[in-house]
Ligand binder design. Sequence first.
Ligand code: GTP
Ligand code: MG
Length: 414
Amino acid sequence: MSTVFLHVGQCGNQVGIPFWKRAAKDENVKNGRTFLHEDGTQRSLHIDSEPKVIAKINKTNTVRKKNLVFGRRGRGTNWALGYNGLLKKGEDHIVEDTMEMLRKEIERCDSYSGCVLMHSLSGGTGSGLGSRLCEMVRDEYPMSHLVSCSFAPCQSGESPLQHYNSLLTLAYLNRYTDCNILTHNDLILERLQKKMETVSFNQMNENIAAALCGVTLPTDTLTTKCGASIGMEPWEMVRSLCPHPGNKIVQINHIARSKLSWEAMMSQLLLNLHRYDKDGKPYRSLSTLIVARGDSTDSFHSAMKTLEKKVKNAYSCVPWNPYPIDIWTARNNLSGSKSASLSVASNHSSVVDYLDFLLSRSQTMYKAGAYLHWYWRYGATEDDFNGAFEEIASVVDSYKEAGHIFIQDQTHKG
Ligand SMILES: Nc1nc2c(ncn2[C@@H]2O[C@H](COP(=O)(O)OP(=O)(O)OP(=O)(O)O)[C@@H](O)[C@H]2O)c(=O)[nH]1
Ligand SMILES: [Mg+2]
């Protein structure tokens, strides 16, 4: 089973660099054909509308040079320009080139299982082209999996267009992907700023890559009896965490430490969890996946016997899911033999706060007509916006309903 990775825009490509560096250290990745070709090159495509970041990727010798697709100029933080391309004739070859390279890459797989897309929610390329590719990949390969790893901008405001871009993109991701692994740059920054004064994108990306590798790289749990990894991790994660089409946003909490017990690591990890909303009501986890790496003594499952209640309480698992926590383990950890890591991926209702915020900001701006001329100029329509408002409002309702079922159930028991 093979997975093809699509890295789109500056953010999607820059996060990809440490992701692949880590992945390449994993013995199962090196020996398997899930992520890499026989000659060690990556099953990845690197796409950007401008050449700068792709030039960096070009220097790594594990990337197939024909899989680098780039244009001449960026999409100016504008979803519409990213989605529709430059309207002048002859400029927009990126979408066609990408789909052609993807087709060839898929043909090179013995058994293609799906795509993982990495991109920002607010850059013009990451958001607009990311949305477009998502739609086209789903259309072209409807039976294969499609998972997105998307990166939300700092809410303090990097660009006045970021709320529109993020909302429009999240609507596309909800329509076309099986699962959206959402990372908030804000949260990563906040965590790193506790440890260091200045934080660079490189440091953030190392942190993000560690979390993404935590849930996507081979585990012993999903390795076949003959010891071969068939690369089911991303797709088993979809099955485990996103069984309902209205709730497919997953967030990851990750910690890596040496010399700490599993109990101590889990306690530290839970400190980072946002458990309550502004009214003090607990968020709910619809489903949770824990991946423990560095479990060389096979001790994690017995540690979980005492930790399970604590984790269920902290994540406030919904009672209607009979298997609220899935556990995978791996003997090795990528950062060294003595270290261990815990990655907890959860379909968590705390995402409603972010979606509500995006909806209200975008709707206020939309009613005032703010910045809309930039979108009309590049071919966006009122339907794009109204469709996105509706889609995201329905996601919010779906998460709220999941919590409501929980409350009804509790009341019933009481
Ligand atoms: N975590 C992380 N975020 C990034 C990185 N680079 C950019 N971003 C974030 O991504 C958003 C901007 O998107 P970019 O990926 O730079 O833009 P793009 O997709 O190349 O689109 P255009 O340049 O507008 O054509 C902002 O929220 C940035 O904070 C990165 O390396 N890591
Ligand atoms: Mg760019």
